[in-house]
Design a binder for this molecule. Structure first.
Ligand code: ZN
Length: 168
C-alpha cells in the first residue's frame, strides 16, 4: 500500500485541485496559475483512511468534492480558492462527475510535510582539541638525513654522527 494517495483535477481555468491522503490526513491544495505567478492554498482534514477514492462533481452551483472518510462522507465546495465544508450533503448527479487523475502530491506541498527528525539525529561534533594542541605544539623542524649514509641528523649538526660526512 502506498503511504500517500493523491488525486487531482482541473476545477477552473488555471485552477487545479489536489486531494492527497497521508497517514489519515487529507490535504486539499488548490494551485492557481496565472500569467507570471502561481499561488497555492492548502488545508488539511483528519479523515482517516479513505473508504474509496474521492469524487468530484462540477454542478450548476459549483465544484463539489466528496471525500469518503473513514467514519462518514465529507462534502466540500470550492469557494474562490478554498474548499469549504458543506453542512449537508448536496444533490449531485453522476453526469456532473469530474474525472480525478491519480497523482503525486504537488511539489508545493513538500515544505508543509512534517520533518522526520528520527533519521536526522544530531551528533555533537567531536572536537579533538588535545590532538590539535599536540600537533600545533610540535616544533617546526624538518628532519634531515645524511646524504651519505641516510642516518637522521639534527638540522644543527654540521657532521653526520654515523659516518662523519659533512652536512653543510
Ligand atoms: Zn652519514
Amino acid at each position: 500500500m502506498p503511504i500517500s494517495t493523491g488525486y487531482s483535477a482541473i476545477v477552473a481555468t488555471g485552477q487545479q485541485l489536489f486531494i492527497t491522503q497521508r497517514n489519515g490526513q487529507t490535504q486539499l491544495t488548490i494551485t492557481t496559475t496565472a500569467p507570471g505567478q502561481q499561488q497555492s492554498q492548502s488545508s488539511s482534514l483528519a479523515t482517516g483512511e479513505w473508504r474509496s477514492p474521492p469524487a468530484l462533481y462540477c454542478t450548476s452551483s459549483g465544484v463539489v468534492l466528496q471525500i469518503f472518510a473513514q467514519q462518514q462522507d465529507i462534502w466540500l465546495q470550492l469557494q474562490g480558492q478554498q474548499m469549504q465544508a458543506m453542512t449537508s450533503a448536496p444533490t449531485v448527479m453522476e453526469a456532473d462527475r469530474v474525472t480525478l487523475e491519480p497523482t503525486e502530491a504537488p511539489s508545493v506541498m513538500q515544505p508543509m510535510q512534517p520533518m522526520e527528525m528520527g533519521d536526522m539525529e544530531m551528533k555533537p561534533m567531536q572536537m579533538k582539541m588535545g590532538d590539535m594542541e599536540m600537533s600545533m605544539g610540535k616544533p617546526d623542524r624538518t628532519t634531515k638525513f645524511c646524504s651519505q649514509c641516510g642516518q637522521p641528523v639534527e638540522a644543527s649538526d654540521r657532521f653526520c654522527t654515523q659516518c662523519g660526512h659533512s652536512l653543510s
